[in-house]
Design a protein around this ligand. Sequence first.
Ligand code: SAM
Length: 286
Amino acid sequence: MTPETILSPGTLYVVATPIGNLADITYRAVAVLDEVQLIAAEDTRHSARLLHHYGINTPCIALHEYNEREQAAKLVERLDSGVSIALISDAGTPLISDPGFHLVSATRERGLRVIPIPGPSAILAALSVSGLPVDRFCFEGFLPARASARQKRLQMLADETRTLVFYESPHRVCATLQQMKETFGTERQAVIARELTKTFETIHGDTLEKLSAWIAGDSNRRRGEFVLLVRGATKYRSGAGINAEAQRAVEILAAELPSRQAAELAAKITGEKKNRLYRHIIGDKQ
Ligand code: SAM
């Protein structure tokens, strides 16, 4: 059952679709997809399964990364003539590591309306269950495919204090975690969010050292779709206050103990000031 939706003519609707579980779609999304005159889909064959599941027979046209600029110009003409169009991608929210940027910007430049129909996106689903700070985060999309370029990007992010979110392919997830471990340090906390909303959904958090070993240890854990989340860098870095040994000690203890107790113990072990260690931990938690 879907509510009646009154569509505006000449409007582009940017519609989020499921990231795995077909039930994760809003009533409004189904109504809009059913009522628009045309759906621009990243892959029409892929989306046919979703549309068929909801009994939607709206005509579809392909809009993917290879034809987007050309197709966008044609679609803007149709919007301008009063046709209402929905944009969808293979999964989740269009434009988020997916096609649609040229169409949305061209539509807005023409002064036509673009309406979001919000719903799933792997970024927010992963953040919401990661247990990492989410009040501020930094979405990096896919890292570059070449190892040297990937390394460079990770180095640029080493001091970022916000939680980092990456999309990653199953072929590279092992190598990427290894590079993250080398660049961000073995003790940095991270989370693997795999196959969200699907049968083999796995959300596993640990230090980068242990996560690298965990994923390398079983090929089944490397299958499917991945979001990698990494805790931001600590605010008080070695050299900018407490020494590296004290930093490491308090971080290990803080993973098991309340912050004050961790700071007290680390101060006894390393001779560093308790307050500085405590501030380090609080800074770490943002
Ligand atoms: N537009 C999508 C969104 O809003 O999340 C993202 C599209 S991007 C081409 C595909 C990538 O998103 C995958 O390689 C993976 O990194 C991530 N992703 C999509 N679905 C996922 C899922 N169910 N579980 C984990 N990651 C997922």
